[in-house]
Design a protein around this ligand. Sequence first.
Ligand code: CU
Ligand code: ZN
Length: 184
Amino acid sequence: MFKSSLFTVVFLAIVISGTYCAPAAEEPAPEPVAPPEPQAITATATLQATEGNEVSGTVSFEESDGMVSIVADVSGLEPGMHGFHIHETGDCSAPDGTSAGGHFNPQESEHGAPDGEIHHSGDFGNLEADEEGMAHLEVSVDFITLSEGATSVLNRAVIVHAQEDDFGQPTGNAGPRQACGEIQ
Ligand code: CU
Ligand code: ZN
């Protein structure tokens, strides 16, 4: 008795679910008409490890309404803080990344923290890597642009350093360059 009623329940369940899940022949929904979007300018830097380490990642940039938002995802780091800057030359050809030059500094100011009053235009403080060596940073700033002009970071380079940017002079004591990516 129990077995046969269980069978009935299972059988009914299959029939009902089959009924409900049967693909309905529907008309394809009309394509929604996209509203016109404001033109955003975007750029990306693909980070390549310098000689002797395995740091890699992606940094994406998007400019709109006078702000540039930056999203960085980097892996292969030692856990902890790593100086994160835009350097002036979009040239990562040197094995140690020194071809990227110094910090992007069109205003000829001193080095500092990005949220401080005085800093280079390329100063973005630090990435913080977790125990897996992964770092994620999202920040939005008004002191760089992608569009043409003195503060444009296009064709410059993102550098990730081995050590923490302590905001000391002249460039934060962040040590060797572990990854470099041209902003394109
Ligand atoms: Cu740097
Ligand atoms: Zn700096």
